[in-house]
Ligand binder design. Structure first.
Ligand code: NZQ
Ligand code: ZN
Length: 384
């Protein structure tokens, strides 16, 4: 196991009726910017619960944050934060609203000329406004991690930044808020969570059996519980399990002491930037191709995954590995997400730009840093 530091400062408040806790989590003298998306929170009663809890507080609203949040939308909010002397940002919604809020919190206190620099050049932050969230979509893990992903339409970029200053102070996770999610978003959430675990697990063994078992327990849970949420959307315990799974999958715990490989996410982000495909769907399209392409490098962990998660018992390891990839594809299909580019009416030629932009940035991917633009082009072909 590698050396590591683990520090997660986000307080999790989990369960039915917990939105009312906001009044205890936020002191009355704070001036709050309440950020939200396209309006789901106004239809499903979440907004009313938040406003009831904050009736003693001064709250200014900023709605209309789009899925895959845009830089320009965030910058409008930064102006409000500065003009109104906002003290605290409360994100109410899914990962997009929260990621935008993290960017706003950081950009509002950024001392340089251009806030995009801390994203594109991965510059460290000196500070960010404090923020918290009421999460309504379990998927990204953004509720207790230091990551955010922001898009910039004019440059065709979708880039992540990671900085400890944007860990939410608290995350309210009420599984009942997820009852109104459209089926597509439920499936997206299960797939995103699944791939987060996979990318911190399917690399090479480093004698970290506890991290392996933690990852496998989340994967097994998703395989069992994911389809149940689609079949029985009002089952509280299923919703609760999926919500907690999504948080644990990307709260920085699983990656401690082990190698990671974010290739599927990196290529997926480019597909969203170019063609607007939902984040989780890009993952379901590229993960099988990455696993096929990296079969040799990941062979031992793929075999372990096949045996422990999919219960494959063949003697022939090669068969186990191939079956494990096939089972993964089958699982995604059972959730009705696309598993290849053809499913979203794209060809490898349509997405060739992805390997070109990696070439431009000179970035290499993979746990061994061996996936460059040529390998990305091969992966895209495998995803056809
Ligand atoms: O905008 P509203 O009206 O709220 O509707 C949203 C949106 O249309 C809707 N929704 C959310 N909660 C709902 C609901 N509809 C009904 N009932 C509810 N309870 O769902 C739609 C999608 O929301 P979005 O926030 O975009 O989805 P998600 O949470 O999957 O976030 C995706 C974004 O997070 C990034 C992705 O790249 C993408 O930009 N990620 C962030 C990560 C992080 N910060 O750590 C890691 C991830 O890998 C990911 O990259
Ligand atoms: Zn993801």
């Amino acid at each position: 196991m590698y050396n590591f530091t683990y520090h997660n400062p986000t307080k999790i408040v989990f369960g039915k009726g917990t939105i009312a806790e906001l009044k205890n989590l936020l002191s009355n003298d704070l001036k709050i910017l309440l950020t939200y998306g396209g309006g789901s929170i106004k239809k499903n009663g979440v907004y009313d619960q938040v406003m009831t809890a904050l009736k003693e507080h001064k709250v200014i609203e900023y709605g209309g944050i789009e899925p895959n949040p845009q830089y320009r939308t965030c910058m409008q909010a930064v102006r409000i934060v500065k003009n109104e002397n906002i003290d605290f940002i409360l994100s109410v919604g899914g990962g997009s609203v929260l990621d935008a809020s993290k960017f706003i919190a950081a950009a509002a206190l950024w001392r340089g000329d251009e806030p995009w620099d801390f994203v594109r050049k991965s510059l460290p932050l000196e500070a960010a406004l404090p923020l918290g969230c009421v999460l309504t979509l379990p998927a990204t893990g953004s509720e207790s991690n230091p990551n955010a992903v922001i898009s910039r339409e004019e440059t065709g970029e979708k880039l992540a930044f990671i900085d400890k200053h944007v860990f939410p102070q608290f995350a309210i996770l009420d599984p009942e808020t997820t009852y109104t999610l459209p089926e597509r978003q439920v499936a997206n959430g299960v797939v995103d969570t699944f791939v987060h675990v996979i990318e911190q697990y399917l690399t090479f063994p480093v004698n970290a059996p506890l991290q392996d078992r933690l990852a496998e327990s989340i994967l097994l849970t998703l395989v069992e519980e994911g389809p149940k949420a689609l079949q029985n959307p009002l089952d509280y315990d299923t919703r609760a399990t999926l919500m907690w799974a999504a948080t644990l999958a990307l709260n920085t715990l699983l990656s401690r002491g082990v190698p990671t490989d974010w290739t599927t996410h990196q290529i997926g982000h480019e597909l969203t930037a170019l063609h607007g495909i939902d984040h989780a769907r890009t993952l379901a399209i590229f993960l099988p191709a990455v696993l096929k392409h990296q079969k040799k490098a990941k062979f031992k962990k793929l075999a372990q995954y096949g045996r422990r998660v999919w219960g494959l018992a063949q003697d022939d390891e090669n068969q186990v590995v191939d079956q494990a990839i096939a089972k993964t594809i089958e699982f995604f299909k059972s959730l009705h997400v696309p598993v290849c580019l053809a499913d979203v009416n794209l060809t490898p030629a349509d997405v060739r730009q992805i390997s070109a932009s990696h070439q431009q940035r000179g970035s290499t991917l993979g746990e061994h840093g061996t996936i460059g633009p040529d390998e990305i082009a091969e992966i895209i072909l495998l995803a056809a």
